[in-house]
Each structure stands twice: as C-alpha cells, then as structure tokens.
Design a protein around this ligand. Structure first.
Ligand SMILES: NC(=O)c1ccc[n+]([C@@H]2O[C@H](COP(=O)([O-])OP(=O)(O)OC[C@H]3O[C@@H](n4cnc5c(N)ncnc54)[C@H](O)[C@@H]3O)[C@@H](O)[C@H]2O)c1
Length: 277
C-alpha cells in the first residue's frame, strides 16, 4: 500500500499545528487526503493556516488548544469526535524550548516546559487513547521527541528532560498497547534539525549570559542552513509510520554518529565529556 492508500480519508489530530514541524505534517496529511483537526495555542496563526489549507480543498477544523491544560485537550478530543466520529491519527507535537543553565532557568519556565512538552503529551494520550481503544479499529499515536531525547545537552536541560521523557512515555504506551492486544500503532519521532520557529521563540534576553544566546543562535543557524524543511521532514515521517515503524528517525545521519559513542560510553561506564558544536 502507498502512504496515501494507508491514510486517505482518515482523520488526523495534530497539536502545535500552526508552525514548523506540525504545520509540515498538517500540509503533508492534507496532501494525502486526510481530514484534519489542527490544534495550537497561537489562535491567529492557527486560523490563518487552517484557512490556507482549506483553500486548497482540505477538510480542516481549527481548535485553539492549550495542550498543558487537560480540560482543553479533552475539549479538543470532543470536537474531533463530534465532527468526524473517530480519530485515526493523533500527533502530539506541540513543544517549546528553554535555554540556560539549569539552575538559572526560572521556575515558571521549567514548569511550562514540563507542562507543555511532557504534560501536553500525557493529556493527549489520556484524552484520545481510551476513545481509540473503545472503537477497537486501527489507529496511530505519534509522539514527537527529538534527537535531544537520546543525546542530552548542556544549556537545555528542560528540553533534554522532556524529550527523554517522551521516549519513555511513548515506549511505555507501545508496550501497553501490546498488552491490550490493541490495533493502535505507536511511534516516536526523533527529528534532527528542522526549519521552524522554536529557537526564535526561545532566544534568551539581553541580560542572559552571552554563551546562552550564542548557543541558541548556533542551533538556529544549523537549522537555517542544514535543517530539513517541515515538508521534507513530514514526508519521511509519514513514510515510516505507514511502514509500521515504532522508531521514526527522519535524520539518522544526525543521530547515529553520536548515539554509538554515547552507548559505548554508558556500557563502558566512562564519565561523560563535554562536546559542543
Ligand atoms: N525544529 C527542530 O529542529 C526540532 C528538532 C527536534 C524536535 N523538535 C520538536 O518538534 C516539535 C515542534 O517544534 P517546532 O520546531 O516545529 O517549533 P515551532 O515553535 O515552530 O512550533 C511549535 C508549535 O507549538 C505551539 N505551542 C506551543 N505551546 C503550546 C501549547 N501550550 N498548546 C498548544 N500549542 C502550543 C506553538 O504555538 C507552535 O505553533 C516540538 O515538540 C519540538 O521539540 C523540533
């Protein structure tokens, strides 16, 4: 079966859908002939993007959602099920970044990182998986982590924590679906560099130590110069999901050369050594 044959006519819910990776996934899904329920906290940008996709003939519902709020995600699920009767594909994607030394990042920012990047995915699973299980038909749950979910980094501890957490959460869910014998395919996506707004939104202010803004700018430049476009990224992800892959690793060339030495380091019980750039 082609990717379009797998997904055409099915309903996808995508969080963080008005920008970057989420918008790329939404565009690609629309191109495959999927019905879309797009969720984002950025109300104006979401309305504009939903309008743009609708104009191409796609069936699109936009739901302003704060993924950090369980009630807001329940309301998103209610809307999706009322509108379409079923949800076939849930993509938990909405996420933010925080840069800085772990002890200097304000408590409110740590809290937001945990509530959005991990809490948002938990809220998605709690709102949608019971309805998918009840329906008992083929469905997909896709959680967007990062290569940072396997490679911890200095100056972005909240991000590393939440992206490692996403890996654990997703694999637990995958095993639970096997225990239940449920026809729900679970996948984790570990993007490398993809062009998006995430570093722009996280750029530290003037008062932050200069090495933090420099690190943020370095990652931004890497994405601008070498990152995939969200559309290229989405095409790879949909192919891997359609093939039934749990590990959706769109840029193995950015992950594996660092993951192998990291694995060797752990198995050899060597102390981690700082490597930047
Ligand atoms: N861009 C990359 O290089 C990269 C690499 C690895 C992983 N990721 C992951 O991809 C996902 C998407 O990031 P992106 O790079 O496209 O960033 P982005 O900033 O372009 O898009 C993130 C979207 O999430 C939305 N959002 C933020 N908080 C929200 C909330 N509380 N409720 C609902 N929506 C909310 C934003 O409004 C935005 O539209 C994130 O989980 C990120 O960690 C990105």
């Amino acid at each position: 079966m082609t990717v379009a044959e797998v997904f055409r006519g099915r309903t996808a819910v995508i969080t963080g859908a008005s920008s970057g990776i989420g918008a790329g996934l939404a565009r690609h899904a629309a191109g495959l002939g999927m019905k879309l329920v797009l969720a984002d906290i950025a109300a104006d940008r979401l309305a504009e993007f939903a309008g743009e996709l609708s104009a191409t003939g796609a069936e699109v519902t936009a739901v302003v959602t704060d993924v950090a709020d369980p009630a807001s995600v329940e309301a998103l699920a209610d809307t999706a099920y009322t509108r379409h009767g079923a949800v076939d594909l849930l993509v938990n994607n909405a996420g933010i970044m925080a840069m800085g030394y772990s002890w200097e990042i304000p408590a409110e920012r740590w809290d937001a990182m945990l509530r959005i990047n991990i809490g948002g995915y938990v809220n998605g699973i709690r709102a949608f998986v019971p309805r998918m299980l009840e329906r008992g038909e083929k469905a997909w749950v896709v959680n967007v982590s990062s290569i940072g979910g396997m490679l911890p980094s200095p100056l972005m501890a909240p991000y590393s924590v939440t992206k490692f957490g996403t890996l654990a959460l997703t694999e637990s869910l995958h095993y639970e679906m096997q225990m239940k014998g449920a026809p729900i395919q679970v996948s984790v996506v570990t993007p490398g560099s993809v062009k998006s707004e995430i570093f722009k939104a996280a750029r530290p202010g003037e008062t932050a130590p200069p090495e933090i803004a420099a690190f943020n700018d370095q990652l931004q430049a890497m994405a601008d110069e070498h990152g995939l476009t969200p559309e290229e990224h989405a095409e790879r992800v949909f192919e891997m999901i359609a093939e039934g892959k749990y590990w959706a690793i769109p840029q193995p060339e950015q992950l594996f050369p660092a993951l192998q030495p990291r694995t060797d380091m752990i198995l050899g019980q060597e102390n981690p050594r700082l490597q930047l750039g």
